[in-house]
Design a protein around this ligand. Sequence first.
Ligand code: AMP
Ligand code: ZN
Length: 137
Amino acid sequence: MNCIFCDIVEKRAKAEILYENDLVISFLDIRPVNYGHALVIPKNHYKDFLSMPKSELDEVIKITQKISSAVYNSLKPDGFNVITNNGTAAGQSVFHFHFHIIPRFTNDSFSFRPQLKNYENGTMKEYAEKIKSEIKL
Ligand code: AMP
Ligand code: ZN
């Protein structure tokens, strides 16, 4: 299987590594939205958020919070985003699960400015009921 993030984990490809342990590695995104844009990934290959086993997800989230704190305290951005893209339609381009930590500055080039919808009468409840029927704990 051809996966650039597995290559980084295995040190077959170079990356600017920020941190690694047995389960997780974090490195700088090669095409940053803003300088210091970091990625946090599990060392094992899982294609997306839904494929992550809970124990490894717990570790990825724990390290994502620690790296976010380091990005925030060292670079002093105005804010930051933690995001994960899942599926091509959502902008995923590397199919090895990862969190982005993106330092943000007032009026920078990154934007979440979608055209927001309104729920028509009663449809908000319908959407909630559909989703609730699939919650499996
Ligand atoms: P996504 O589009 O959410 O799947 O994010 C994948 C990210 O991986 C993009 O922001 C890329 O810039 C980044 N990326 C791809 N190849 C590399 C690489 N070799 N080293 C670091 N980051 C990479
Ligand atoms: Zn991989």
